[in-house]
Design a protein around this ligand. Sequence first.
Ligand code: FMN
Ligand code: SF4
Length: 396
Amino acid sequence: MSLLFTPKKIGTLELPNRFVHSATYEGMARGSGEVSDELIKRYEKLAKGGVGLIIPGYMGVHPTGRAYPYQISIDSDEMIPGLKKLADTVHREGGKIVFQLNHAGRQTTRGMIGQTPMAPSSNGRDPIYFVKPKEMAEDEIREMIKAFGAAARRAGQAGADGIQLHGAHGYLINEFLSPFFNTRTDSWGGSDENRFRFLKEVLQEIKTVVPDDFPILVKLNTHDYTPKQGITPGLAVKYAERLAALGIDGVEVSCGTGNYSYMNMCRGDVPTDEFLKALPWWQKPMGRLMIGKLEGKYELEEGYNLAAARMIKPVLGDTPLFLVGGMRTVAHMEEVLENNDADFISMSRPFIREPFLVNKIKEGKMDRVSCVSCNRCFAAIPNDLPVYCYNKGFPK
Ligand SMILES: Cc1cc2nc3c(=O)[nH]c(=O)nc-3n(C[C@H](O)[C@H](O)[C@H](O)COP(=O)(O)O)c2cc1C
Ligand code: SF4
């Protein structure tokens, strides 16, 4: 039998197969951050489709960490009933669900959160959010660590099977880990150990509020692709080693940041027209120039985080590695597992297009996913559209 359909545990949680729905922002929550019926339907379908583990789109742990208007929130107890409905729905269909916890850090706007976005350091005004963030004070760092803990507690109360900390794509945890975003010289920056401290303290806080056997995963950037050196695969190896030593239950490897290298994160075509639609008229000429320059440079190479995964796998020991990024053919997925380069195959865009793809693979009905990485689902995000497959274009 194909390794893809053999069970494997993350911590105490046994997953029936090696397919994971990587966290994917849906743009379907209510303006309040509460789970909507549209969201429930999306995950009901996915669970029916046979995927071993579902990680929904990132959930905001604090009002200052909200990235988008229709993002799920887990920042207050009022969110628990909706989150419970989500977890119960997935469980009813026989699925497992892990909540991804996130704080956007500098990757949000004043308009979204009602104050200047915060980050480990105040360096630079970035090219997407145009934000010069406020450097976090010690008490704000402590408050955010507590917020991650409270969110993890809520995830448990809502019946999630575990949590994943979003340490990738340029958000707050990634910013602390990155020598590009984090230029602090106090005990939160200046050395690998100090830059790792925020994530470590978040983990320690979470362990005080959830049961010992509650699975905790981390999505880690292996390359930030920032103008000056941020996280590189070499540094990611060191962080992964620390995570394994802390007893984490799984590491998902990804790359790219929202503000400097979003096309590294989601490789494939650059949907220039759809991205431009999201800009006000006065930004369109500059936008066309900047986005146009990216066209043709991010061809989707199958398994584009595989080289980094191969560097990280040996230091993880028994801690499972989840590989995301351009996994598209069944033969390649099988090869990755057989070579022990990863333990789980994570996908995002393919599941947007085909929620039932795992069952189809199991039945031998497909040998490659049909997503063509046109990235129009990705461009739906800045346009405030719910995330669906828009391969044929946005709705008129
Ligand atoms: C529409 C969209 C939304 C995404 N939202 C998230 C998210 O909420 N959290 C996250 O960690 N990654 C997010 N990602 C990144 C994916 O999880 C994944 O890392 C990336 O798309 C590469 O995998 P793929 O080639 O299978 O799509 C998103 C990607 C897309 C296209
Ligand atoms: S719009 Fe559809 S085909 Fe294009 S990347 Fe998204 S899921 Fe794939």
